[in-house]
Design a binder for this molecule. Structure first.
Ligand SMILES: Cc1cc2nc3c(=O)[nH]c(=O)nc-3n(C[C@H](O)[C@H](O)[C@H](O)COP(=O)(O)OP(=O)(O)OC[C@H]3O[C@@H](n4cnc5c(N)ncnc54)[C@H](O)[C@@H]3O)c2cc1C
Length: 216
């Protein structure tokens, strides 16, 4: 997996298939750029075909010995655009016999490997609450009490780049580039930021492994 850039312009790519006989794998990529706030906005949508002319020129200089970003962009079978959008954390999820889960409850910027993974944690918490309290209003209350504060914090952290904040920090400290990353940001600082986000998002292995087995 590769992530490069900073909060104004970023490129992420990773294989989504195993390599075939020719050694080539399908690659998913995300080319992200920030537009001026006064630019006319298009409604959020995941399936609108993207226009290369709107972002490819910004990535033309991003030719590295190990990755030719513009060539990868131009070779895509399909390109879709989506705006980085979220919503303010909600004051409540439960309405009588109904509750919210996943993006309906906490739409967030899809960074830090998040969005769907939080929906899975919601489902786990809801299942546990129903097993404990039965299919009752108490179960929904317990579920909301556990998950709403946690996911609200992630929505807000993702507005500040989530764990990808380290890329912005390096950009600010060394805007003209660097030869030695350790001189710009220490490994300890990198690890602390990653660990803090993992704890916030519920991905910390020690915490996860310490949770009781739901079905045990
Ligand atoms: C580009 C991108 C990259 C992402 N990358 C990641 C990632 O790496 N990791 C990660 O964890 N998350 C990622 N996410 C976020 C993730 O996709 C969402 O958080 C996740 O899909 C939310 O799941 P959901 O089931 O709550 O909602 P959705 O996936 O939106 O599902 C809701 C479903 O309900 C259907 N629906 C809507 N209205 C109605 C109706 N009235 N009747 C019947 N059906 C209806 C919709 O068609 C849809 O199928 C990414 C998102 C985007 C856009």
């Amino acid at each position: 997996m590769c992530m490069c850039g900073h909060e104004r312009q970023k490129f992420v790519c990773y294989p989504i298939s195993t390599a075939g006989r020719d050694g080539r794998a399908g690659i998913n990529w995300i080319a992200e750029r920030r537009f001026p706030a006064d630019r006319p906005w298009r409604r959020e949508d995941w399936n609108r075909p993207g226009d290369l002319g709107e972002f490819l020129p910004d990535f033309v200089p991003w030719r590295f010995p190990w990755l030719d970003v513009p060539a990868l962009i131009e070779s895509a079978a399909a390109v879709y655009e989506y705006p980085m959008v979220d919503r303010e954390p909600l004051p409540r999820w439960n309405f009588g016999r109904m509750t919210l889960l996943g993006d309906a409850a906490h739409p967030m910027y899809p960074i830090g490997s998040n969005g769907a993974s939080q929906a899975i944690l919601d489902a786990r918490a809801l299942t546990a609450a129903v097993m404990r309290h039965g299919a009752t209003p108490e179960a929904l209350t317990a579920y909301e009490a556990e998950r709403r504060p946690k996911t609200s914090a992630i929505v807000l952290a993702n507005r500040r780049n989530g764990p990808e904040q380290v890329m912005q920090m390096v950009e600010e400290r060394a805007p003209d580039g660097f030869a030695d990353l350790d001189a710009v940001i220490s490994r300890q600082e990198l690890e602390e930021i990653a660990a803090t986000y993992k704890r916030l998002a519920g991905f910390d292995p020690a915490i996860l492994n310490g949770e009781p087995d739901l079905f045990g």
